[in-house]
Ligand binder design. Structure first.
Ligand code: FRU
Length: 468
């Protein structure tokens, strides 16, 4: 045990068929953004926006979980709660964690109005002491906005830099840059860049700015896009110059990703997976929101972003099934295989014009199924939820991301975890969706495609739950 307190396990695991088995989420209630990610003395700390009072957004606290292996998580006590009469009386909104010369320090947004606050721990990240005054008490002159939040801080030589997400009076997203010698008093420097509302929304939430390879990555969650994007570019003298913009996740359910650097120097990212079913369904379920699996980011030699799930997840692999060189003729159900907690690795040969892919959470008669489809002509990867559930109230759309195989191969890594599906393709594209199959027998897997496309290899593992 990392911590000595005992916390309830996950009772909903046994009773709720949609409650994930190996993704982190609290035992009940509301979760949104990942916050304060930090690797401290060999332990990964994951804080998150949390409402202890119900499965809806309100009275936002910072929940806290910790892990040694990025796979198994232990609940730690709530880290931050709103202080009546304080700068965060209306909620402890998103922020980050840094190591201030040995003192764990959180910088986060207090509301309302939105100001940037600070808290420190003197007992190994267990309890947190707030600094009474906000370090940044208002947006910079010339930017009269109420949207001013989600500080992201890093060390730069002998001082600290901080970016805060915001908007301009004419409705463009922007990120303000601040500098501080001590994390307590901050000097405004400038906006690092401005957006274009046609391309990247009006208000930028949860900015993350960090070096990757020989470039900088700016991760943004723009309102009203309902998705996150990353901009690759340069950052010099306080100015970010974007060279490209891409969706961070094409599945339509991941938002507010936060990145950290671990002791091994890896850039790891988590995102909030929201529910894609009505509020009433979440109220009945008693929980709302899941954390994505941790993914590693690297910049490839060709300048593109590589997104891969962390290798540690292999620790959850149990029973294994494999097949090699399967010709594809229509839909081929994989008879002995079924489950709602699986990892699937599939390598396809796709030198043909036809679609190929996998069907998961499939009922024996195909009434329910979720389709993962690669279309070489369209150059797209899709998650098709039109038949994911017979329940008419849940979201049932088709989401697509751009993907072009350059070498005639398609490599899919798919994590099925009850209501969560995470798809990683060719180490380039990530798509995460939520599905709510209605039938208890929607557990099957099938591959599909047309000759000469074929499946070079398929590996399926049952994934162990992290809660037992
Ligand atoms: C993003 C966000 C942040 C804010 C937090 C509030 O999902 O809106 O901008 O700090 O959630 O919970």
């Amino acid at each position: 045990m990392i911590h000595d307190a005992s916390y309830p396990a996950r009772p909903l695991l046994a009773t709720d068929p949609h409650y994930p088995r190996y993704h982190f989420l609290p035992a009940a209630n509301w979760l949104n953004d990942p916050n304060g990610l930090i690797h401290w003395e060999g332990v990964y700390h994951l804080f998150y926006q949390y409402n202890p009072h119900g499965p809806f957004h309100g009275t936002i606290h910072w929940g806290h979980a910790a892990s040694r292996d990025l796979v198994h998580w232990e609940d730690w006590p709530i880290a931050l709660a709103p202080t009546p009469g304080g700068a965060d009386a209306g909620g402890c909104w998103s922020g980050c964690a840094v190591n201030d010369h040995g003192t764990p320090t959180l910088i986060y947004t207090g509301v309302h109005p939105q100001v940037q606050c600070l808290a420190v721990s003197h007992d190994g990240l267990r309890t947190w002491e707030k600094h009474a005054e906000p370090g940044i008490a208002a947006p910079p002159p010339g930017y009269p906005t109420k949207d001013f939040r989600d500080p992201y801080v890093w060390r730069d030589g002998d001082h600290w830099l901080c970016v805060v997400g915001s908007t301009t009076s004419d409705g463009r997203g922007t990120v303000f840059l601040y500098e501080s010698p001590d994390l307590r008093s901050w000097t405004y420097r400038q906006p690092i860049c401005f957006g274009n509302p046609e391309v990247n929304g009006r208000i930028w939430e949860c900015p993350n700015l960090f070096p990757l390879g020989n470039r900088y990555l700016l991760l943004l969650s723009p309102i009203p896009l309902r998705k996150s994007v990353y901009l690759i570019g340069t950052f010099e003298d306080g100015t970010f110059r974007p060279e490209s913009q891409t969706d961070f996740d094409g599945g339509g359910c991941l938002y507010a990703p936060q990145a950290m650097r671990d002791a091994a120097g890896r850039r790891l990212v988590w995102g909030w997976l929201w529910e894609d079913r009505p509020r009433e369904a979440c109220m009945t379920a008693g929980w709302n929101g899941v954390m994505s699996l941790p993914r590693q980011l690297d910049l490839d030699s060709d300048g593109t972003l590589r997104i891969t799930p962390v290798s540690e997840l292999a620790a959850l692999r149990g029973a294994h099934w494999q097949c090699r060189d399967l010709p594809l003729k229509g839909t081929i159900p994989l008879e002995d295989l079924h489950g709602d907690g699986l990892e699937i690795e599939a390598e396809f040969e796709v030198e043909t014009a036809g679609q190929v892919g996998l069907l998961i959470r499939r009922s024996p008669d195909g009434e329910e199924e979720t389709r993962i489809v690669y279309d070489p002509v369209a150059g797209s990867l899709s998650i098709d939820r039109t038949k994911s559930s017979t329940d008419p109230v849940v979201e049932r759309d088709i989401r697509s991301a751009e993907l072009r195989s350059t070498d005639g191969r398609l490599s899919l890594q798919v994590f099925v975890d009850r209501s969560v599906v995470e798809v990683y393709a060719n180490r380039r594209v990530a798509m995460t969706s939520r599905i709510y199959p209605n039938r208890p027998d929607s557990l099957g897997i099938a591959a599909f495609g047309e000759e000469p496309a074929h499946l070079r290899s398929l590996d399926v593992w049952e994934m162990r739950t992290i809660w037992e």
